[in-house]
Design a protein around this ligand. Structure first.
Ligand SMILES: [Zn+2]
Length: 174
């Protein structure tokens, strides 16, 4: 069991009744114009000031922070729509878990972040009937670009798929 730190954020509410959590949304965040733009405290502050939230935030060195309980609706996706031909549901916040990784556009995600994200993902897969993992850019195209081209989807996908049981399928955007 990995260690998870807690830092409750207030911007969240209830999910619609009887909503199955079946989607994970990957984001990236940094504190633009802040001297220490990749620090945890600056990124907590960005979320709070913008009146948004995510369920988890992963620091550059792979620390995992839980910000909103998984049974609550965090405010990370905004105006959004699932990107699949057979799944165009809107309001992705209703049925998803949002994970923020601290990273800038011109910085690579760290190995520690991929490892922590894969571990966290496998625990979430044990708790919820997750069938989709998408990026913010895939559910809000033209409006959001995170986690962006530097996020290595094949690397993440290989880590996740190495840990899931045979017969279980999780759909990725690429
Ligand atoms: Zn985002």
């Amino acid at each position: 069991m990995m260690h998870i730190n807690k830092k409750p954020l207030i911007h969240s509410n209830d999910r619609p009744p009887a909503t199955a959590v079946d989607t994970i949304v990957i984001h990236s965040i940094y504190a633009k114009d802040h001297a220490d733009s990749l620090s945890l405290s600056a990124c907590f502050n960005v979320l709070d000031t913008c009146q948004v939230s995510a369920h988890y935030l992963i620091s550059r060195d792979g620390e995992i922070w839980n910000l909103v309980d998984e049974d609550k609706r965090a405010w990370h996706a905004g105006v959004s729509k699932m990107p699949f031909g057979d799944d165009c549901r809107e309001n992705v916040n209703h049925f998803s878990i949002g994970i923020e990784l601290i990273c800038e556009e011109n910085t690579d995600f760290s190995s520690e972040q991929y490892e922590a994200l894969a571990l966290l993902t496998s625990e979430i897969l044990n708790r919820h009937p997750i069938t989709n993992i998408v990026g913010h850019e895939h559910i809000a195209p033209g409006r959001k670009v995170d986690p962006g081209p530097r996020f290595d989807w094949p690397r993440y996908r290989a880590l996740v798929e190495g840990g899931i049981s045979a017969g279980r399928t999780v759909r990725f955007p690429l």
